[in-house]
Design a protein around this ligand. Structure first.
Ligand code: UD2
Length: 307
């Protein structure tokens, strides 16, 4: 059995690759190393690495050939970048997904699992977010993930390719890059808490997110790939619990053993106030029961950063 992970040298993709290898799959990775790192591949046993871009249909076709499962994690993952470069992110995030699906149909892949995002919900303030709500993306990135979901559903209905889309909320964990301007807040705060560099909170810190450790996200992917009778479905992947940034700093402070006093700055333009998922569909239909809670995930992240 062989599985392809596009974006497999990235943060989430590399964790997924490790799990698939442990489940007995031969793991192939397609990644252009634009944000992923070669070092992340070292964690995946006997990985077959193809350095290529998802916009390259021929390279995607060759990578998909011979695979039973495809996990499509490759994307430009920055929302602000998509606002600045909508044509480029369209090409990667929509055309790239179409390339993966066309190859999956041609090579009779058993199932395609797609990394979608809470960004498809957009500004709609109702909480918690559940999958039956009308998506109202407000950024190119959100539009692109929604288009990917629609393509997946269509491939399952029209061509009989089994597909599942997972709407990730705020994923954090080991190997998430803290250095980019677009890094997830937990990777930034953990890095700064340990190095003693100043921490900036944009806004009053009472905004909240549904943070989820990457190991739970890997489990959701595994269930999405292996559960029967869920083709064409879309699921939120989160804890169903929200944590404010101020709470996060208190938790981190306990873990590193000193109080963390941030600087408060103006809220980011376009920042949403609160985010929370209803995860009952994934629980009911996939049997998704996350085992790593936020505080444990944070403690593990800190100890891995300490080395
Ligand atoms: C998340 C996703 C994004 C998209 C979006 C949809 C991540 C990394 N990003 O963006 O891809 O799906 O949700 O809504 O999961 N913050 C600070 N200080 C810092 C960095 C961030 O206060 O140094 C704040 C930031 O202003 C925001 C919160 O922390 O209020 C979370 O920021 P983020 O960039 O981790 O994630 P988010 O929710 O904006």
């Amino acid at each position: 059995m062989r599985a392809l992970v596009t974006g497999g040298s990235g943060f989430i993709g590399s964790h997924l690759g490790v799990r698939l290898a442990a489940e007995g799959y031969a793991v192939r990775v397609l990644d252009n190393l634009s944000s992923g790192k070669r070092a992340n591949l070292a964690h995946i046993r006997d990985v077959d690495f193809r350095e290529a871009d998802v916009r390259d249909a021929a390279a995607v076709d060759a990578a998909v050939e011979g695979c039973d499962l495809v996990f499509h994690e490759a994307a430009v993952v920055s929302v602000p970048y998509s606002v600045e470069h909508p044509q480029e992110t369209h090409d990667v995030n929509i055309q790239g997904t179409l390339n993966v699906l066309m190859a999956a149909r041609k090579h009779r892949v058993r199932r395609v699992v797609f990394a979608s995002s809470a960004a498809v919900y957009g500004e709609e303030p109702t909480l918690p977010k559940h999958e039956a709500m009308a998506p109202e993306p407000i950024t190119p990135y959100g539009v692109e993930k929604l288009a990917g979901e629609a393509y997946l559903r269509t491939w399952s209905k029209v061509y009989g390719v089994e597909t599942v889309a997972l709407r990730y909320f705020n994923v954090f964990g080991v190997r998430q890059d803290p250095t980019s301007a677009y890094s997830g807040v937990i990777s930034v705060f953990a890095d700064r808490a340990l190095s003693g560099k100043p921490i900036t909170v944009y806004g009053d810190g009472e905004q909240s997110r549904d943070f989820i450790d990457v190991r739970n996200v890997v489990e959701a992917n595994w269930l999405a790939a292996t559960t029967k009778n869920v083709s064409g479905r879309i699921y939120n992947v989160a804890m169903g619990r929200r944590t404010t940034l101020n709470d996060l700093l208190r938790m981190l402070g306990r873990i590193v053993g000193r109080e963390l006093v941030p600087t408060y700055a103006a809220a980011r333009v376009g920042d949403i106030r609160d985010s929370l998922a209803d995860v009952s569909a994934a629980r009911k239909e996939l049997g998704f029961a996350p085992t790593v809670d936020v505080e444990v995930g944070l403690a593990d992240l800190v100890s891995s950063l300490r080395g």
